[in-house]
Each structure stands twice: as structure tokens, then as C-alpha cells.
Design a protein around this ligand. Structure first.
Ligand code: PSU
Ligand code: MN
Length: 300
């Protein structure tokens, strides 16, 4: 059912290190034309580390793990649907293309046998979810998908506390990578402490091995903060977030439209600052993910 590129197949059969990448961040998370430059740079960075990149997407109805350069170009330039796990059978059945979220990337990569995945931010519980029930499927899919996701936490537009509580309920371990505090995407720190921290990739690989040994199928969240000197200025961040949320409320934006509205407001009004931090933090996550993939390959 899943098409695995030759490059990724070779790495799988040799037990070599592989890092999966999502395509929603390319198709919907980053503005054009920076998105194509970024997608290529992410793959180049993985290869330069001696690791095989596996960008995931559904192309003309075919779920694909490992894209060619022209396929990467398609997801960056064509208008394709955002496809979480529940959308996968639909886009496949209809024979159309879909950009995969954290949930669907984790699911397809895991089906192919890939165990490590780098992204920017996870989806999570939205503010006001006690009324709207708006919680990303990223959270529940990680409860049943044995993949290690390296992210810079979740965006501060979400309810970070509730997101951490849900991950706890669903028994998804959250490891602070050289931090005791959960990061908040553009910012190195949120106000939420973590129970566990790790110091290096070898520790993460040992935890993955222990999870497998127990027969558990949960994912593992590695929370990797953007270094303090690369974070967005917290005062500007707070002001921009407040402005964006107020503006959304004033415009009567509700439900699932809140996130895209707030995000595009922030990108538009921050003069490229938030975008720069966004690209830096993905790159930092890829660096940690390639180390984990290598440690995992060495262990297994
Ligand atoms: N967070 C970001 N940038 C993104 C996303 C999340 O900072 O591009 C994308 C990811 O693909 C994530 C998805 O899996 O949004 C979550 O969407 P939803 O809340 O609709 O599940
Ligand atoms: Mn949602």
C-alpha cells in the first residue's frame, strides 16, 4: 500500500539511519517560495549528516515515503489538501494528493519501518478546547504509533498545559532534550516543567529500545528547544500573539479557522522574524533527529 523510495528501501534493508519529514509544513506551514528552498535544505541537511531523508506525502493517491526532488517540488508548489490520518483513505481512494501532518506522517513512516521523525511543532490541544473539543489528531495518533518525533514543542497559540496533560493520559513519554522545561516553538521555554530530560541521542535510543522491549506501541516526543540566542524576542512574541488573538476575536473567527488566521497574522506582521526562527528550529530538530537515528541504527 505504501510506496517506499529506492533510497529509503536501501537504507531500511541495510539497517541504516533514516529521518522522516512531514509535508504539511511545506505545503501549508511555510509561505511560498521559501517553502521549496526549506524543503530541499532540510533533506540536504539530513544527507550531509550521513542519514537518509524520507519526506512523506500522498501523491496522486499513492502514499509515498521518500520523495524525489520533483515530488518535493510538487508539494511545495501545487495546491494540495492537508491530510491527517482520517483523510488518508479519502485522498488515496480519490486518487488525489495530500500533504501529511505529524499524525499521518508518523503513521505512514511507521508502516514503512522508519522510527525517527523531525518536525517543527506538534499539533495539540487548542485554547478553548473545553468548549470546542479541538484537539489535533497528532496527539492521539502518537499514542498508537511507535515513532520518535523531535519537535520544538507546540506553538504558544495552543493550550500547552492541556496538551501536556493529554500526552500524559495517553502514555506518550515527553523527553526534554537538554532541558527541564517544555519549549514553546518560537521561544526556548514555556512555563511548564517536564518530568524527564535526556542529555544525548544514545539515551533516547535506549529509551526506544526499552519501549520496544515492553511491546509498547507508543510514540516518543523529544522536545528540543530553539537555543536562547536564536529564539524570537519574548516581548515581541507576546505582543504579536496578543494582537493576533484579539484580531481573530474581533473578526469573529472561530473553530478551525482560528489557527490559520492567527498564524498568517503573525507571519504577516512580524516582518519575517517569526519565519526565520521557524526555519532555524526545524534545522535544530533535524540535527537532533539525525543523531537519534544514528544512535538507533547502532543499537539495532
Ligand atoms: N504546528 C506548526 N506548524 C505546522 C503544523 C503545526 O507549528 O505546520 C502542522 C503540522 O503538520 C501538524 C498540523 O501536524 O499542523 C496539526 O494540524 P491539526 O491541528 O489540524 O491536526
Ligand atoms: Mn483541529
Amino acid at each position: 500500500m505504501v510506496r517506499v523510495s529506492e533510497e529509503v528501501q536501501d537504507a531500511l534493508s541495510q539497517g541504516g539511519p533514516i529521518v522522516a519529514l512531514e509535508s504539511t509544513i511545506i505545503a501549508h506551514g511555510l509561505p511560498r517560495p521559501d517553502n521549496l528552498v526549506a524543503a530541499r535544505r532540510f533533506e540536504d541537511q539530513i544527507r550531509a549528516a550521513g542519514v537518509t531523508p524520507a519526506t512523506v506525502a500522498v501523491l496522486d493517491g499513492v502514499p509515498t515515503v521518500g520523495l524525489s526532488d520533483s515530488q518535493v517540488e510538487r508539494i511545495a508548489t501545487e495546491d494540495i489538501a492537508k491530510a491527517s490520518v482520517r483523510d488518508l483513505p479519502i485522498v488515496i481512494g480519490k486518487g488525489i494528493s495530500g500533504a501529511t501532518t505529524v499524525a499521518s506522517t508518523a503513521s505512514l513512516a511507521s508502516l514503512a519501518g522508519v522510527r525517527v521523525f523531525a518536525t517543527g511543532g506538534l499539533g495539540g490541544v487548542h485554547r478553548g478546547a473545553h468548549e470546542t473539543f479541538d484537539e489535533s489528531a497528532d496527539i492521539s495518533v502518537l499514542a498508537t504509533t511507535p515513532i520518535t518525533v523531535v519537535s520544538a514543542g507546540v506553538k504558544s497559540i495552543l493550550d500547552i498545559s492541556a496538551t501536556l496533560e493529554r500526552l500524559e493520559t495517553l502514555s506518550v513519554p515527553v523527553l526534554g532534550y537538554r532541558t527541564d522545561v517544555f519549549p514553546a516553538f518560537w521561544l526556548s521555554e514555556s512555563s511548564y516543567a517536564l518530568d524527564w530530560r535526556v542529555e544525548d541521542a544514545t539515551e533516547v535510543a535506549a529509551i526506544m529500545q526499552a519501549r520496544d522491549g515492553l511491546g509498547y506501541k507508543h510514540g516518543l516526543v523529544v522536545a528540543n528547544p530553539v537555543p536562547r540566542d536564536q529564539q524570537w524576542d519574548p516581548a515581541t512574541h507576546d505582543r504579536m500573539l496578543e494582537e493576533a488573538l484579539t484580531s481573530a476575536m474581533g473578526a469573529g473567527i472561530r473553530g478551525k479557522e482560528v489557527t490559520p488566521f492567527v498564524l498568517s497574522y503573525i507571519v504577516e506582521h512580524s516582518g519575517g522574524e517569526s519565519l526565520g526562527v521557524n526555519l532555524d528550529l526545524v534545522s535544530n530538530n533535524i540535527a537532533v533527529a539525525t543523531d537519534i537515528a544514528k544512535a538507533w541504527a547502532a543499537l539495532s
